[in-house]
Design a protein around this ligand. Structure first.
Ligand code: AHR
Length: 666
């Protein structure tokens, strides 16, 4: 046993040397280090009124011979329903800033005809409007996300769209909706504040746009229990100064900031490329990592608690259109190269799920890197569709950080990591490992070591091909489809080797046992917590360790001590929480102003910054028994509040009861 351990340590220590020669990579996966949930909305889509993205691809009308449900193609609905799409963004894109939603409500025959000036100047009969889009989202089982018009619309127009969709009150918009057959509001949560306002959405400066966001957002109201999630226009690619200005000037007015980034090779159609075309697209795709890291670090300056999500609501590959198709319709084929690019992006999003909480690939049907291609009554699923199908197991699972040491894929004097990966733990205790080998020439061997997890049963799927430009066609729809994967070996319960074919995407499901670190021994536990009270003026949580408290005491739970100055004070609570069972626990803190929660010295919930009552949550896999718990809180001017809640095995979300909280007695 000792010899085996020495051998393993040597293998991992030598990894960088080995990898350069043998195309071997190593990965360490610690299942006890989970913190953040992979939001289902990361598995989102975008569908614009562009080419045959909507008309022909989704909407064929109720009179069509193509089988349809209320005018929506049945084959497309069925395929997308299987994909567990989180969220769908519509109507644009550039088109959103020329779209006037009232053109798309009421009886179809009475809707005006308009010109789509963004995409080819074609005539739009507006048959697919608000109600049709919401019906489509219901049919495929996803959340709707509307992009509002800040370019050529008005504040009133957008405020009324929200009212039309969400108000249950007595007002002209609710009455209009009821008149058109929808008495109940739809409670639409996600609303975009324009699209690419630095470009096709109005060519604005960041300063001007920030003012517009504050103004529009003010008049977009919450109705009933539905809380709007407003998404402001973020940067296109690496325009970090846009991010900085909008975060600095308007962050109180939105909940998400978008990021748009495409990998372009627009001189040639999707199927026509050499290895250079393969390498360039994947190198450019992996740049998404840098973009997210840099935008996140700017957002951290203004929003360290990560209240605001980074929403990558347009991304994907962009080539020259298929020969013989309308250049304005952005119709492209989809090959093994696109499948690998999709897997790279999804791994990057999974690994950044603390900040990236929504992403919408461009676009769902018939446009750019689509899931589905149609031609009249024919439909085919693309390799990208199959990657989304394989990766959907990650939705709402907890991300497990991976320390990956990848071999390099070297081409023409340049190189990129050959392997990228992400992992997650789902609510059934299954660990999912998602892997991508971007090297089109060499198989990759990845040696995994699992910490805090003992695996005993593995199954897997692989998507691969023998040609870089392999793709599915209407005549040959199964050229690139997932197959069962058996290229893994569990050496013992915590070491696994995976051999991936060249240009492949592999998703493994591992059954086993997660083993959290052993709980603490507390000598003489008595109910209640210790607290320290500080006086001071802060805009963010201070480093309490460097300050001298005004007083110390004991307290029943995480309530604000009764004796306080009303403003400009801070409290640090410390003690133990006794958990009844081993499992996933989600902690939430709601505070006005900032707060944070630590378990066993690890930050689990960050809710920092000066703000009104905002809830943030964090999850940890913990063993039954005692764990250290610490909450920090500060109050600046205005209202004050602090609430700490728990949800876990056998516990519905509730205030952390004082019966679970302890300190060491004398
Ligand atoms: O997805 C196609 C276009 O790309 C969108 O309309 C626009 O937002 C982006 O530039």
């Amino acid at each position: 046993m000792k010899n085996l351990l020495v051998l393993l340590v040597m293998i991992f220590a030598m990894a960088p040397v080995l990898s350069a020669q043998t195309n071997e990579s190593t990965a360490v996966l610690d299942a006890a280090k989970i913190r953040y949930k992979i939001d289902r909305n990361i598995y989102g889509q975008f569908s614009e009124d562009l080419g045959h993205g909507i008309y022909g691809g989704i909407w064929v009308g109720t009179k069509s011979k193509i089988p349809n449900i209320d005018g929506m193609r049945k084959d497309v609905v069925d395929a997308l329903r299987k994909l567990d799409v989180g969220v769908l963004r519509w109507p644009g894109g550039c088109f959103a800033d020329e779209y006037h939603w009232k053109d798309g409500i009421g009886p179809s025959a009475l809707r005006p005809k308009t010109t789509n000036t963004s995409w080819g100047g074609v005539t739009d009969d507006n048959a697919f409007g608000t109600a049709e889009f919401l019906q489509f989202c219901k049919l495929i089982g996803c959340q709707p996300y509307f992009t509002g018009n800040l370019g050529s619309g008005s504040v009133r127009e957008l405020a009324q769209w929200v009212e039309y969709c969400n108000s249950d009150g007595i007002n002209s918009m609710s009455e209009l909706r009821a008149k058109y057959g929808h008495p109940k509001p739809w409670d639409v949560k996600y609303w975009g504040l324009g699209n690419e306002s630095w470009g096709c959405g109005g060519n604005m400066t960041a300063e001007y746009y920030s003012d517009l966001v504050r103004r529009y957002s003010t008049f977009m109201k919450d109705y009933g229990k539905n809380r709007l999630f407003k998404i402001a226009v973020g940067p296109g690619g690496n325009d970090y100064s846009w991010t900085n200005t909008v975060m600095k000037d308007a962050r109180q007015s939105f909940d998400g900031l978008s990021l748009h980034y495409y990998s372009f090779a627009n001189e040639k159609p999707a199927t026509d490329f050499t290895q250079k075309g393969w390498f360039d697209i994947l190198k450019s795709t992996l740049y998404m990592n840098t973009l997210i890291d840099k935008n996140d670090s700017i957002m951290n300056i203004y929003d360290p608690g990560k209240r605001i999500a980074l929403v990558v609501d347009e991304y994907g590959t962009w080539y020259a259109v298929q020969p013989g198709t309308n250049p304005a319709f952005l119709y492209q084929q989809n090959t093994m190269r696109d499948a690998v690019a999709a897997a790279c992006n999804l791994n990057i999003f999974n690994n950044h799920c603390d900040r990236v909480r929504m992403a919408c690939i461009a676009q769902m049907v018939n446009v750019l890197q689509s899931m589905i291609l149609t031609d009249g009554p024919k439909m085919v699923l693309t390799p990208t569709y199959w990657v989304f199908d394989m990766y959907k197991v990650n939705e709402n699972a907890m991300m497990i950080p991976i320390e990956l040491n990848s071999a390099q894929y070297v081409f023409d004097g340049d190189s990129i990591p050959a392997v990228n990966a992400s992992a997650s733990l789902d609510s059934t205790g299954t660990v999912h490992v998602s892997l991508c080998n971007v090297d089109p020439n060499s198989p990759e061997v990845v040696s995994f070591r699992f910490d805090s997890f003992k695996g005993d049963k593995i199954s897997g799927k692989v998507l691969t091909a023998d040609k870089m430009n392999a793709h599915n066609t209407f005549d040959n729809p199964n050229e690139v489809v997932p197959k069962d994967f058996t290229g893994y070996k569990l050496e013992n319960d915590s070491v696994m080797t995976v051999t991936m074919p060249p240009m492949s995407v592999v998703v493994l499901a591992l059954k086993g046992t997660v083993e959290p670190p052993p709980p603490l021994k507390v000598e003489n536990p008595v109910e209640g917590l210790n607290y320290q009270y500080y006086q001071g003026t802060w805009q963010q949580l201070p480093n309490f360790a460097r300050l001298s408290p005004e007083r110390k005491g004991t307290i029943e739970d995480f309530t604000i001590p009764k004796e306080n100055s009303g403003q400009d004070f801070g409290v640090q609570y410390e003690g133990y929480i006794k958990l009844p069972k081993t499992g996933l626990y989600t902690f939430s803190i709601g505070s006005d102003d900032g707060s944070s929660l630590y378990i066993d010295g690890q930050l689990v919930v960050s809710n920092d910054g000066q703000h009104a009552v905002v809830f943030q949550t964090g999850t940890d896999y913990l063993g039954a028994g005692f764990h250290k718990i610490k909450v920090e809180y500060f109050q600046a001017g205005g209202g004050m509040d602090l609430k700490a809640e728990i949800e876990g095995p056998g516990l519905k979300r509730e205030k952390i009861p004082s019966s679970m909280l302890f300190r060491e007695g004398k």
